[in-house]
Design a protein around this ligand. Structure first.
Ligand SMILES: C[S@@+](CC[C@H](N)C(=O)[O-])C[C@H]1O[C@@H](n2cnc3c(N)ncnc32)[C@H](O)[C@@H]1O
Length: 328
């Protein structure tokens, strides 16, 4: 019997799979001259890189200094249904978030469970798991919450118009405010509107005191891993805060003909989505191998991108998103 079925996790039905596949068609493709940029790492030799950003080691609940009175005042990442027919205008559409929610393959009821949402941003998934009856949900973030998202949007438009490479926000004066937390305005606004009891925690998952954070039955690690320089340490810390299952969603790469190899592609610049904060894209096999290496006992790929046929004209990388259930 599959691990999913033993705990009541929901496999996707054919209709959901089709919806999911449609939403994934926008995966990026880039051609490279040969496999020279592929890094096949001996995991034991993975360097423990210093964080690019200086971050405090402590966590706190905090709150955004800017108080917002209307959803229109916020630059939203998530499209959140606030009720009364109002849905926030997020970068991630409601349809995309519905497909992603489905792909998590979590039970419809999480009654009695505790949940940690690492990298929660506007909190869509935190609110969703609270709605499913979780008895406690913690939304952890710091980086996006510190960014002045409006100023960042203007900066991106400026750089694109000039044809220049964008720098990460911490390297651009005026874009980050880790005290005022301007990027948390959306989370705070949605939390108030939804009368939610989700607990915000401001902290850098890579450096904060995990004993203080505690362990959770279900841990969401969605769209975070590729932003972290040191994936080995990140997954080891993820295992440390997981009591039952961690749900990992991350960018993976496919090099036709190499799908069984445990590869990790290093992203040096802005080659993935023009985003200088993306560092790693493993193959699904590389990702599951690293999960096992850090001590997860059962690791299941629940969703992975469709396989591409090997082309005859050299190497072609295909990026996609993979979902994993990693159990302690
Ligand atoms: C691409 S967004 C994903 C947001 C959300 N989980 C989702 O899937 O829609 C990445 C999030 O991870 C957060 N993040 C990045 N590094 C982090 C760290 N070291 N500790 C906590 N959160 C982090 C960012 O601030 C951002 O909110």
């Amino acid at each position: 019997m599959s691990d999913k079925s033993t705990v009541g996790f929901q496999p996707m039905g054919p209709a959901s799979r089709q919806r999911w596949a449609r939403s994934r068609r926008r995966v990026g493709r880039i051609a490279v001259s040969g496999a020279k940029r592929l890094v096949k790492m001996a995991m034991a030799r993975l360097p423990v890189a210093a964080s690019r950003r200086h971050r405090p080691r402590t966590s706190h609940a905090g709150s955004a200094r800017t108080s917002v009175t209307s959803a229109q005042d916020v630059v939203w990442f998530h499209s959140i249904d606030l009720g009364d027919g109002e849905v926030t205008a997020g970068t991630k559409s409601a349809g995309e978030l519905a497909a992603q929610t489905n792909a998590l393959c979590l039970p419809l009821s999480l009654a009695g469970q505790t949940v940690l949402d690492i990298g929660a941003w506007d909190g869509f998934f935190s609110f969703e798991l609270e709605r499913r009856g979780a008895k406690r949900v913690v939304a952890l973030d710091e980086y996006a919450w510190s960014v002045d998202l409006r100023a960042q949007r203007e900066y991106h438009a400026r750089m694109r118009a000039l044809g220049q490479q964008e720098q990460p926000p911490e390297e651009v004066p005026g874009l980050m405010d880790p005290v005022g937390l301007p990027g948390r305005a959306g989370f705070d606004y949605a939390r108030a509107r939804l009368r939610s009891r989700v607990e915000p925690v401001v902290g850098d998952f890579m450096t904060m005191d995990l004993a203080e954070l505690g362990r959770f039955d279900v841990v969401l690690f969605l769209g975070v891993l590729y932003h972290l320089k040191d994936p080995f340490l990140a997954l080891r810390r993820l295992r440390d805060v997981t009591r039952t299952v961690a749900v990992i969603e991350t960018v993976t790469v496919q090099l036709p003909g190499w799908q069984d190899d445990k590869l990790w592609l290093f992203l040096e610049n802005t080659e993935l989505d023009h985003d200088a904060t993306n560092w790693w894209a493993p193959t699904p096999a590389g990702l599951t191998a690293l999960c096992r290496a850090v001590g997860f006992r059962q690791v299941h790929v629940v969703i992975e991108p469709l396989l591409h046929t090997p082309p005859n004209d050299g190497y072609t990388l295909h990026y996609g998103r993979t979902y994993i259930h990693a159990r302690v």
